[in-house]
Design a protein around this ligand. Structure first.
Ligand SMILES: [Zn+2]
Length: 196
């Protein structure tokens, strides 16, 4: 029996608040997609060097029951994530654009014990503890955080060398040096002409 053909599919709202309590115990599957601004995901926003228009993440999920497993069919979730934010480049300490594209598959299990016992070598299938009020928003936010580079950096050659980042400082130094000279050579020349 293919249970997916008889179960209703629920379209999730893209409103972030509506994602906080998804009933995974109900006999139904879910599809949903939307865009999260950094304001919707404060734990990710806390990592950002700055927030520019367009920063944020597109997400899409599709759940389905997999009857191939022994015992009761389990709900699985296909998860896609893509987006961008600005992190602090660890080479030059300036904001750098970081783009993320992820695709993962999860399986919902009954409790933490079942999640701990889940074999991790199963094609990257990751267990999540389901429930009647599953916080999908927190899960998406967790996945974004896990996708961030440990050491964000500009591409090679993009960082501004420190000396070139402060050209006015270098110029100013020369000017200051010039004015500190006891006698401007041109004034000396003028005075010599005047006196002759
Ligand atoms: Zn840099």
């Amino acid at each position: 029996m293919n249970r997916n053909q008889v179960l209703p599919q629920i379209e999730l709202s893209s409103d972030p608040k509506a994602l906080k309590g998804v009933d995974l115990l109900a006999p139904q599957t879910y599809h949903g997609k939307g865009f999260l601004n950094l304001q919707d995901i404060p734990r990710v926003a806390a990592e950002a060097a700055q927030i520019e228009a367009g920063d944020g993440f597109d997400w899409e999920i599709q759940t389905f029951f997999d009857a191939a497993l022994a015992g009761d069919p389990r709900q699985k979730m296909q998860f896609k994530l893509s987006g961008r934010l600005h992190l602090v480049c660890q080479t030059c300490m300036q904001p750098c654009l970081v783009q993320i594209g992820e695709e993962r598959q999860f399986i919902f299990v009954a409790d933490e014990a079942e999640a701990d016992a889940f074999p991790m070598d199963d094609d990257g299938l990751e267990p999540l503890v389901g429930g009647a009020h599953f916080d999908l928003l927190a899960t998406i936010e967790d996945e974004i955080l896990l996708s961030l580079p440990l050491i964000p950096k500009h591409s090679e050659g993009v960082c501004a060398p420190v000396a070139l980042a402060f050209p006015s400082g270098v110029e100013g130094g020369k000017d200051a040096d010039w004015e500190e000279r006891p006698e401007n050579p041109f004034n000396v020349l003028k005075n010599m002409k005047k006196n002759s």
